[in-house]
Design a protein. Sequence first.
Length: 554
Amino acid sequence: MDYEEALLAITGAGQFFEIVDAKINGIEMKVFKNTPSCLGDLFANAAQHANEIAVVYEDERVSYETLMKRADAFADLLANHYGVQKGDRVAIAMRNLPEWIEAYIATLNIGAIATLINGWWQRDEIEYALGDATPKVLIADTERAKRSLAPASERGVPIVVVRSTPADDLGELRRFDPATWETKPYKKPVMDPDDEATILYTSGTTGFPKGALSTHRAIMNAVYANGARAQMSTLRYPPKQPSQWPTSFILAVPLFHVTGCVSVLLSSLITNSKLVLMHRWDPDVALAIIEEEHITHFIGVPTMSWDMLESPNFTKTDTSSLLSMGGGGSAVPPELIKRIANGIKNGRPGFGYGMTETNSYGPQIGDDEALQYPKSAGRSLPIVEIAILDPMGEKVPVGERGEICFKGATVIKEYWNKPEANAKTFVDGFLRSGDIGHLDENGLVYVDDRIKDMVIRGGENVYCAEVESAIYEYPAVYEAAVFGLPHPRLGEEVAASIYLKEGSKVSPQEISSFLSKKIASYKIPTKLYIESDPLPRGATGKIQKRELRDRHVD
């Protein structure tokens, strides 16, 4: 079955994932007809599976009934004790814990806006977010509560602490245990699909991050898009053998990131599945969880898939329950797609290209198509239009490079309190991604580079992603980043930082010789650095090229 046939079979008239035309805020787009009107309806549907396991965290197993009861405890606390109303912000700052999920559900059930604080942030970043979002209350675990004490006090934001012990030095902060709280009724407001639901902070490479403000409609359409695409994949590429295990997910990425929150958590809740939370990333722990819990879906950043495939324990672990392995968040080396396809017995590779600003949804590719077009990000369902635009906002011909732009149901409403950024980013209904790419004759999207990462060497444009892809083909390379350095004659010269796989020893000259057989000479880095430590990454896992550039400027 080809793509168009599968699309019609899954999203045509009368189907569960039927797609229809709509006009939202003056913009014509396509949406899923049957989405719940708000996330609260999704949670109510999940609650009907009371006895099923919803969340596993270390030795804790939480049923859907218990999860929703604890969420009601949080909702009572927020609405009746802190006066949180529809449209207020509630900040959540903690590692991947059941309480994170419960607080998130509670916030949305009372019509407030869940404001997700990066759990890796330090004082200045937390202070910025609290000042930017002005939340009514901050819910945090002990570690993040301590980091937030001063900025929250200065901003007048009360802190509610979960998972605390008497030994924790938390002063007069409220300690809260939803399991022991005597919950009283609280008011659930009437919700509209276009009501504001979440603020997720983008990583940003300069200055403080921007808060991406999303609606219930946008999030629900992203969740449905992931489900529809999964069913299309099953039609086109049936499983190698029928699964004997119910659908389940492992959460290896943070819940405060869009992949963890939308692609993993909400996909798990809407399918009434089991979600296993990881305390921190460890490939061997992840493999053990996959075997013990019979995990069917792994979604993470590409490095995580590499880590598991490279682990000595991979071949010793039963991964036969896995139906899909992949994710997104950064460029996917073609070799990784092959390794996944050959490495997991019954599953297939699956990757996507999305942004915080699209609720993680965008082009997707997987299965045999990923092997056929390993350098492509895939294609999007009709609910998101993807256009390649030139600097004047005009569409470029097939095959030509331009800025990748998104329009459609999953795109955020705006950046919170950032009118200048909104004016630059949202143009004529399109979200400008800041990424350079092109479309091929089959409608497949290719992400060629970040606009700001392009190196202009003596008038020649060098696309960093292309050079990085070639470097990744060298077997000893674990991480690679290509960037420009100032050059007195050429303007810029191409440079690369490389971190090798454990135990590998390679000289820059050997890599240059290898690249000379792969790419044009002007694209080969003239400055090549073998780094002694892993390459620096930002909050969303993207390599921080600015830091590398500053490190190596003469």
